[in-house]
Ligand binder design. Structure first.
Ligand SMILES: [Zn+2]
Length: 453
């Protein structure tokens, strides 16, 4: 009797080793909800380290912390791969309306902006609704502050005003540029983010104001009132600072040289806690690997966690990784990047830049075949061709298949890059769900022989 039971257990264990992908997915999900490890990590990262701009001591601390957590989870080859990153500091900043009424204006300098002269600058404000309006005004904005009051029409479209607004205004002699925060709603929350200067024109200071303040100034202009503003910004760029991507692995048992990457970026803006952007992506990648490890699953290919540095203002992590890993790029089977918040995953997009249309269609069919089983317990997950992520971008451009992770993101742009990007906005069940879905899909890819490129 006892011997029969032992035999049955042995058979069950053997069957367990070859669980159907659906059964593995269920186990990963149950473990994620039992432990809620992703949320615990995110809360610690956010509450104890805080936001993590490139060059800051907090980012260094986060790089150390993540390595410790990945080692504790039993991952191997845990290390930091050094890259140099831009080091921008915000300094003190303020804005004050002097006319037609006296009022403090809530603002956030844009990343990589220059500061104002010592003591600030004071000038009249001209409000425009588009680059076309600015171009029509031309030299009329000389000596003035240009405010772009542009309603949110999706991030990709509206962000051009934040990124290019300063140089487009400087071209006509403006002394500073303000942009309405790039987001659909606001609770007086200005929204920072990176900007870039066109070297053909003078560098002028630039900042985001809230939707509240931006629309108020537009109404003032429509009433024919003179708007005068004092702007003070202590922003400056320091010499490049050392930083690093964090790397850790579960080595493949049969094809260790073939790699599936799970990634998110560890750096954030210097406001709020960087919870959605991209603490959530960071802990989702870490937790996915930890779930696989803790269930004792042994992938045939290597699973590699990469936590990027400097996504927000330079992409040096992604660029440095591509350069340091050139010889093995063709062995990277797929590179996941999670960087659009913490709401539930709705889809994955396969990013193939060097494939023919026929090859892309074939690759998508293979992806769907694997996803059908591995993602079954996670409801309707859309698998399509599309973009992936900023950090994996440099290697994706070289032909590495990228896998973008698409979230519901119903409230993502309400808070990202603002003081309100804090851990209390994150749902712990969503995080557990996402980590398990990512783990299941990545593990299934690591078990397969599929090649997308
Ligand atoms: Zn991000």
């Amino acid at each position: 009797m006892i011997r029969t039971r032992c035999l049955l257990l042995l058979v069950a264990a053997c069957l367990g080793a070859q669980d159907a992908p659906q059964a593995t997915a269920e186990r990963l999900r149950a473990e994620a909800f039992r432990t809620h490890g992703a949320y615990a990590d995110l809360a610690w990262l956010c509450d104890r380290i805080g936001n993590r701009l490139s060059g800051s001591p907090q980012l260094d601390q986060a790089i150390d912390w993540a390595q410790g957590r990945l080692k504790a989870a039993g991952l191997v080859n845990v290390h930091a791969e050094k890259v140099m990153v831009p080091h921008w500091v915000r300094g003190r900043e303020s804005a004050e309306l002097l006319l037609p009424t006296h009022q403090r204006v809530n603002l956030l300098g844009l990343g990589d902006s220059v500061g104002t002269p010592e003591g600030g600058l004071t000038a009249d404000v001209v409000v425009v609704g588009s680059f076309d309006e600015l171009d029509k005004l031309g030299e009329a904005v000389k000596g003035k502050i240009v405010l772009y009051d542009v309603p949110f029409q999706g991030y990709g479209r509206t962000v051009a005003y934040r990124h290019d607004g300063a140089s487009r205004a400087a071209k006509f002699g403006a002394v500073a540029a303000l942009v309405r925060s790039v987001g659909p709603v606001s609770l007086d929350t200005p929204h920072t983010g990176v900007m870039g200067y066109d070297p053909a024109f003078p560098k002028i200071p630039t900042a985001a104001v809230t939707i509240e303040a931006s629309t108020q100034m537009r109404r003032m202009q429509e009433r024919g009132e003179r708007i005068r503003l004092k702007l003070e910004m202590g922003a400056k760029m320091l010499p490049d600072a050392p930083s690093a991507n964090v790397v850790a692995e579960i080595r493949g048992t049969e094809k260790p040289d073939e790699v599936v990457i799970l990634s998110g970026h560890l750096d954030s803006w210097d406001v709020g806690q960087g919870a959605q952007d991209d603490g959530a992506g960071t802990v989702t990648a870490m937790e996915a690997a930890r779930l696989i490890q803790s269930l004792g699953l042994k992938p045939r290919r290597t699973l590699r966690v990469v936590l990027w540095t400097n996504e927000e203002n330079g992409l040096r992590g992604g660029l440095g990784y591509r350069d340091a890993h050139r010889p093995e790029l063709r062995n990277i089977v797929a590179a996941f990047e999670t960087d659009s918040g913490s709401e539930r995953i709705k889809g994955f997009s396969l990013d193939l830049r060097k494939a023919t249309p026929e090859a892309k269609a074939g690759a998508l069919a293979s992806l769907k075949k694997i996803g059908k089983d591995a993602l079954e317990p996670f409801g309707t997950i859309d698998l399509r061709l599309g973009g992936s992520g900023a950090d994996v971008g440099p290697m994706v451009a070289e032909g590495v298949p990228g896998l973008g992770v698409g979230h519901a993101a119903t409230h993502y742009f309400d808070i990202h890059h603002t003081q309100a990007d804090t851990v209390d906005k994150v749902d712990q069940d969503d995080l557990a769900w996402n980590a398990a879905a990512l783990a299941s899909f990545a593990y299934a890819l690591a078990q397969s022989d599929v090649r997308f490129n």
